[in-house]
Design a protein around this ligand. Structure first.
Ligand code: AMP
Length: 290
């Protein structure tokens, strides 16, 4: 696997691949790779050649009091994982390559960026949208692969792609979970033993709501209350938000009828984790995807 550190070189490689009529797949990440990232790579490999991944710990999507400085950076292990996964190239730029000192242009997807994650993390999605647009311009992918774990992020990026007429299709992949239901996340490494056990409460609370949906419940308040109750019983957990939102607008819904997400964010100790479930109408029934 080739490691590409400059924008000029990455653009050149992508330009050649496009000239040869090849289909470029792209998996952007912040590193500390786990099976969730590798599932995106695997899907990309099935649909595209070449497949490029990027590792860039984007400073612009972290708030001043967030975990940028302690975010895990196991670069050698990451490179091994991508090599084994047969990624064709790793785009690995320095922060100064992406943001020269006079950098001053940002992408802001209005409305969608202010709610939920955007409320707790002001400026977060502006940082995400800006870097992803830059990465798209550099890597020139036909298809880019994202996890449903960050449902609001991918919805915002889809809006950006639509609004700015980008020639890239975003592919949304399922959430990869540990055997006990915890969604894989680079931040799970922050959890101590007790916290790791407690962290399954996000999944358990969503599962409780899913069970209630299966018995016919459709009222958002009721479903949110169920999620609250499960979380309240876990002393290591502190809820940030739980919302049932329309999958398009990310506005709260009163009744679950259309395609929706149940989204939640909670602190386990000092670690902030997010999770969600997708609720889709399937005939007269609802199909739930955790
Ligand atoms: P990150 O490195 O956290 O920026 O994540 C890079 C990509 O991997 C994003 O599209 C995430 O949504 C996706 N991702 C992270 N965790 C998971 C997971 N557990 N399952 C599926 N995709 C994931």
């Amino acid at each position: 696997m080739e490691t590409i550190r400059t924008i000029a070189w990455m653009k050149e490689i992508a330009r050649e691949a496009r000239q040869e009529q090849r289909i470029i797949g792209f998996v952007p990440t912040m590193g500390a790779l786990h099976a969730g990232h590798l599932a995106l790579v695997e899907r990309a490999k099935k649909e595209c050649s070449p497949v490029y991944a990027s590792i860039f710990l984007n400073p612009k999507q972290f708030g001043p009091h967030e975990d940028l400085s302690r975010y895990p950076r196991p670069l050698e292990a990451d490179i091994d994982k991508l090599t084994i996964a047969k990624v064709d190239g790793l785009f690995l730029p320095e922060a100064g390559e992406i943001y020269p000192h006079d950098f001053s242009t940002y992408v802001h997807v209005e409305g969608l960026s202010e709610r939920l994650e955007g409320k707790t993390r002001p400026g977060h999605f502006r940082g995400v949208a800006t870097v992803v647009l830059k990465l798209f311009e550099i890597v020139q992918p036909h298809y880019a692969y994202f996890g449903r774990k960050d449902a609001q992020q991918v919805r915002i990026l889809q809006q950006m792609a639509r609004d700015l007429n980008l020639d890239v299709e975003l592919v949304v992949c399922p959430i990869v979970r540990e055997a006990d239901g915890l969604a894989l996340s680079s931040r799970n490494t922050y959890l101590g033993t007790e916290e790791r056990r407690a962290a399954t409460v996000l999944y358990r609370s969503l599962k409780a709501a899913a069970e209630e949906l299966a018995t016919g419940a459709r009222d958002s308040m009721e479903l949110r209350r169920t999620i609250h109750k499960v979380l309240e019983k876990e002393p290591h957990a502190r809820l940030d938000y739980v919302e049932i939102v329309d999958a398009e607008t990310f506005e709260p819904v009163v009744h679950v009828r259309r395609r929706c997400y149940a989204l939640l964010a909670a602190y386990i100790g000092k670690t902030r984790l997010i999770d969600n479930m997708l609720i889709e109408p399937a005939g007269d029934e609802l199909h739930v995807e955790l």
